[in-house]
Write a protein that binds this ligand. Structure first.
Ligand SMILES: N[C@@H](CCC(=O)N[C@@H](CS)C(=O)NCC(=O)O)C(=O)O
Length: 229
């Protein structure tokens, strides 16, 4: 039974830019599971209404409509235990939760650098919803949010120090091989790469080298997605 994944898309259906959908795409690839990807736009709430909420990722497996990336990853781990593990056991699940929360924090900082680029890539029908909801959230225009991004970039990069220190001595947060902790954090950088030409990472940053390793994973699944480099 092939699963279906509703994934946030821009005006170009192949441009996928959700920091929460990408970890699930990578997790499905890690488990070697087939999935039908359904491009989804912000105002397309009816399509995912059976999940009982309004955000993607939404994974449909049989009659189950799953949402919340963390819950979906745990569902995949529990239901496909014979496939490669995403967490490396119970302690790994507990530790991975930290990386998911860290990814959300990094995403909340990165969005201040790429917000207006997201808007530029949306369908004309998504644009008014996005502008209104995000300007309400930030209390200023999209353009004002990113106005200082050149001078704020170094502060963002400095905030990645704990990632950088870890990746100096091991190729992945999971150790020698990537685990869900890697995919959770990678989702933020892949989201930014897919939606914005603004370079979040310096080329010589160990975080950038780790990102490259994950871009190339699973036969270049993430690298082949439309984006900027
Ligand atoms: N905590 C959720 C966050 C999901 C989320 O925020 N998804 C965004 C796309 S990145 C969304 O669907 N937003 C819909 C909206 O803003 O209306 C998860 O991890 O799945």
């Amino acid at each position: 039974m092939t699963m279906k994944l509703f994934e946030l898309a821009g005006a170009e259906p192949e441009r996928r830019f959700s920091p929460y959908c990408w970890p699930i795409r990578m997790a499905l690839a890690h488990k070697g599971l087939d999935v039908e990807i359904i491009p989804w736009r912000f105002i397309d709430k009816a399509a995912i209404a059976p999940s009982g909420q309004t955000k993607v990722p939404v994974l449909v497996h049989g009659d189950k409509w799953l949402f919340e990336s963390w819950d979906i990853a745990n569902y995949l781990e529990q239901n496909f235990p014979d496939r490669p593990t995403l967490f490396g056991g119970a302690q790994g699940i507990a530790l991975s939760k930290f990386y998911c929360n860290l990814a959300s924090v990094i995403a909340s900082q990165a969005i201040r650098l790429v917000l207006v680029d997201i808007y530029d890539h949306l369908t004309e029908t998504d644009k008014p919803y996005f502008r209104e909801s995000r300007e309400q959230r930030f209390g200023m225009t999209l353009e004002q949010v990113v106005a200082e991004r050149d001078s704020n970039l170094q502060t963002f990069r400095d905030g990645l120090l704990s990632l950088r220190m870890t990746l100096k001595t091991q190729p992945f947060f999971g150790g020698d091989q990537p685990l869900y902790a890697d995919y959770a954090v990678f989702g933020v950088f892949q989201w930014a790469r897919c939606i914005s030409p603004f370079q979040l990472l310096a080329e010589d940053d160990p975080v950038a080298h780790w990102r490259t390793r994950l871009l190339k994973a699973f036969n270049g699944l993430a690298e082949s997605a439309p984006g900027y480099d």
